[in-house]
Ligand binder design. Structure first.
Ligand code: ACO
Length: 389
């Protein structure tokens, strides 16, 4: 029998599987995709190139990159019934709920892409191409903007911006988003990737795995943190209030979103890069308000709690400068991480082993079944959960 003392809560430090995709050195603040340092990729690469790297394990030649980019552009359109369904949604629909349900529904129209196995790479490309279209169509209809066009001449980053902004993005905006997409594309066995791999490990299909992953990313302790950071900035308002608001929150034992990480014990290298982009885009737009608040927030949270920023601290401040609403921040994260999720699912199919851990049982044993007529409402052998009144 497994003892409760053996439990690694939250599977912390448990080594669950071997992977070649992503390496994190949490003590040195180092992140590699397939052996390449994220800082170099953010400086010199594009999201399409990084997607190729994650899926195929090597950097593409220029012909290979051209083929993949063309393929991703061809795969942007939605099946008509799915597009019609999105048109019926109320504007109050949460975009992450839309994304999760739309990916699940997409499988109904693409059964050939859902077969688990090495051929799922077609599904990986399809999902990576289509998420911006799902978001763009929904966001345009809820804001009364013009209908979305496929725009095959646009890169992944430019298309995503065009899809949600209904305008031509500038070069600086496109490059800033491209860098953000590169930085979010993978992160080893984070919660959503693990969820995707657990689903794939039952030999379920890629679309089911990505549906699991989107539902997992949605939570505020994971991808949902970037939206909460912007709520915090709105509550703080001005730099002179940072100290007071942080201290109040910490006194109430509340978490400060965008700080802390399960793996990094130093600054998340993605935060270092996004901080620079937050300043760069803010300076170009003549609006450093959020950047200055975030700098002060970093100073106070580090002094009070010893915590460093994670990837979610600065990403929202960059997206907000483009005019993207906060409820699309986590969906933007998903539009990038889908490359990593699908790379991990492909890796799982290559070396399949059902993921099925064990629990330490801490409940009662040897209870005697009491006939229903003889049971009382308040007595019970274990505290359990309060039944409905
Ligand atoms: N604010 C305040 N206190 C914090 C924070 C935070 N952001 N993060 C950790 N702590 C504290 C905890 O309260 C706890 O303190 P205690 O020991 O006094 O109770 C201690 O640090 C350890 O926290 P754990 O939750 O056990 O650490 P874990 O490794 O599970 O935390 C996590 C990782 C969930 C990301 C956490 O740091 C957190 O909640 N951060 C805020 C949410 C966030 O920004 N998430 C995005 C992460 S990046 C990503 O998923 C893309």
């Amino acid at each position: 029998m497994v003892e409760a003392s053996e439990v690694q809560r939250g599977l912390q430090d448990v080594v669950a599987l071997e992977s070649r995709i992503c390496f994190i050195d949490g003590r040195l603040g180092r992140l590699l995709y397939q052996g390449y340092d994220i800082r170099e990729l953010a400086e010199r690469s594009t999201f399409e190139e990084v997607a190729y790297l994650l899926w195929y394990g090597r950097l593409p030649t220029s012909a290979q990159l051209g083929d993949l980019s063309a393929r991703l552009r061809e795969l942007r359109a939605l099946p008509a019934p799915l597009s019609d369904w999105i048109a019926t949604l109320p504007p109050t629909t949460a975009p992450m709920d839309l994304l999760r349900t739309a990916v699940s529904a997409l499988a109904l129209f693409e059964p050939e892409e859902t077969r688990p196995g090495p051929s799922s790479i077609g599904g990986a490309q399809r999902l990576t191409a289509v998420l911006p279209t799902i978001l763009g169509q929904f966001h345009r209809q809820r804001t009364g903007a013009k209908p979305l066009r496929p725009r095959p001449e646009l890169s992944a980053a430019a298309y995503l911006l065009y899809a949600v902004l209904d305008r031509e993005p500038t070069e600086l905006e496109t490059r800033a988003l491209d860098v953000a997409l590169i930085l979010h594309a993978d992160h080893e066995l984070n919660a959503s990737t693990f969820a995707a791999r657990v689903t794939a490990s039952t030999l379920s299909d890629l679309y089911s795995a990505v549906t699991s992953a989107i539902g997992t990313l949605k939570g505020p302790l994971h991808g949902g943190a970037n939206e909460r950071v912007m709520e915090l900035l709105a509550e703080i308002g001005t730099v002179d209030r940072v100290e007071e608001v942080v201290k109040e929150r910490l006194a109430r034992h509340e978490r400060i979103m965008g700080f802390g990480h399960r793996v990094y014990k130093v600054e998340d290298p993605r935060a270092t890069i996004l901080r620079r982009w937050s300043e760069k885009v803010g300076a170009a737009k003549g609006n450093l308000h959020d950047y200055e608040l975030l700098r002060k927030l970093e100073e106070v949270v580090h002094r009070e709690k010893g915590l460093y920023p994670n990837v979610d601290l600065y990403s929202g401040s960059v997206y907000a400068l483009f005019g993207i609403p906060p409820d699309l921040f986590t969906p933007l994260f998903a539009s990038s991480r889908v490359a990593g999720w699908t790379a991990h699912v492909l890796e799982e199919y290559d070396d399949l082993r059902l993921i099925r851990p064990t629990a330490a049982y801490v409940g009662p044993t040897d209870l005697t079944y009491v006939p229903i007529a003889e049971r009382s409402a308040d007595a019970g052998p274990s505290p359990g959960r309060a039944p409905p009144a």
